[in-house]
Design a binder for this molecule. Sequence first.
Ligand SMILES: [Zn+2]
Length: 205
Amino acid sequence: MLRRIYLEVFKWLLLSIFFVLLSICGISDIPLSDNEVYAYLEQYGLENINNPKIVSNDYPWGSPFGDKSDQIITAGFHDEQYYNTYGRWHSGIDIIPSNNYYNTDPGYLKSGEVIIYATCNGKAKALLDQAGALYIYILCNDKVHAALYVHNKVNLIPKGEYYTVRSGTPIAIMGESGKAYGEHVHYAIKNVKTGQFYNPQLYIF
Ligand SMILES: [Zn+2]
């Protein structure tokens, strides 16, 4: 009898290990193929959506949600409270959509999902960090700035090579992947030559 219980427990353990491994292996596949991304865009009706508030620009301009009125900042750049909680300086800003976004954003109204948009013209790449966060990296066309959009639920950029985007192109759906304390976008702007991070609020109007 006891031996049977042991066997059951052993079987259960093996199964859990198998599923944990499966989910870990699965994560590395999360950046989507071209076809999967196009299927998503179609499913959400986003193929022809472009955020008109984000002015076409070769360096970051505007908010990943549109403009200043579309976002609420939950943690600022080099936020002291963030430093006291996590013991490191916050390299970007954390934002969530405002009521204005929910009431007016063309992507949200079409799909019911919080859509994140490119804030510069450039080349985008879909990536995954070590903590499991899905993020988009855009090398802006000025070749000086890069913009990062982290903790996404879905990246809407095909995996692999850099993909050309224009300001206002849908690039991801907001989520809480990786080390996140709830759904939000960690938005960061970096100088690709020096590695220095800038305060994104200076680029949002
Ligand atoms: Zn953050």
